[in-house]
Design a protein around this ligand. Sequence first.
Ligand SMILES: Cc1cc2nc3c(=O)[nH]c(=O)nc-3n(C[C@H](O)[C@H](O)[C@H](O)COP(=O)(O)OP(=O)(O)OC[C@H]3O[C@@H](n4cnc5c(N)ncnc54)[C@H](O)[C@@H]3O)c2cc1C
Length: 238
Amino acid sequence: MKLRMAVLSHLVNLRDIPDLQGIEIGADSVSLGAMVTQHELIAHAGLGEAVPLLREAALQIADSQVRYLGTLGGNVANGDPDNDMPGLMQCLDATYQVTGPDDLRQIQARDFYESAYFTARADDEILTRLMVPIPAAGTGYAYEKQKRKIGDYASAAAAVLVGKGFASIAMTNLADVPVWSAEAGVALAAGDREGAVSAALAAIDPQEDMRGPVEFKRHVAGVVPRRAIDRALSRVAG
Ligand SMILES: Cc1cc2nc3c(=O)[nH]c(=O)nc-3n(C[C@H](O)[C@H](O)[C@H](O)COP(=O)(O)OP(=O)(O)OC[C@H]3O[C@@H](n4cnc5c(N)ncnc54)[C@H](O)[C@@H]3O)c2cc1C
C-alpha cells in the first residue's frame, strides 16, 4: 500500500487470530503460524536448534524495527521476489497451508510462486501455517546474502542445506520467483561443488533493478552460492 501497488477499500488485521500464531516443534517438523514475526523466529531458542538456517536467514532481514513487525506470512505470501523467506522455504522444502471459505489445502513452497506477486494462493484464501521439515542432525547450513547496505533487500542471496547424500540450494532475487534447483542439490550431494553452482546459475534469470544491472547480478549470483556452500560444508557434523 505504501508503494501504491494496491489501493484498497478494506484492510483486515490478522494479528489477533490465535490460529495464525505460535511456533510448535514436533519430532520431524516445525509448524509456524503465518503471523509469527521475524523477531519471534530469531528469539525462539528451540527453533534455532531445530532449524538453525531459519534463524540465520531471519537475522539478515532488514533491521530490528522491521523484524519486530514483519511476519512470516507477510513475507512469503505476496510473492515479492526480493523477500528472503520464499527461497529459504524452498530450500527447506516447506509446505504452506492456505485456508479458504470452505476448505484448507497444502501447497509446497517449491510449487507456490508463479511470477512476481502471483502465487498459487487464490484470492479468497489466506496463508495460515507453514510446516518446515527438521533437517537431520549434523546437516550443514548457510544463508549468504549480498546487499548494498545494512538493512537492505538482497542483491542476491543463497540458502544451502547439505548432509550425507542430500543437499538443497535456493537463490533469491535472481528471477521473478525464488529459484530452487533440483540439479544443483543433486550435484552438491555428490560432492560436485562447481557442478552445483553451474546448475544453480543455469536456473536464474536476473533482471536489472535498483540493485544493479544484469551483469552485476550475474556476478553476485556466482559469489553467494559458493560462499554458502563452503560455509554449509564447514558445518556438516557427525
Ligand atoms: C524498510 C524495509 C526493509 C525490508 N527489508 C527486507 C529484507 O531485507 N528481506 C526481506 O525478506 N524482507 C524485507 N522487508 C519486508 C518485511 O520483512 C516484511 O515481509 C514486509 O514488510 C511485509 O510485512 P508484514 O508481515 O507486516 O505483511 P503485510 O504488509 O501485512 O502484508 C504484505 C502482503 O502480504 C499479504 N499477506 C500478509 N499476511 C498474509 C497471509 N497470512 N495470507 C495471505 N496474504 C497475506 C498482505 O495482504 C499484503 O499483500 C523489508 C521491509 C521494509 C519496510
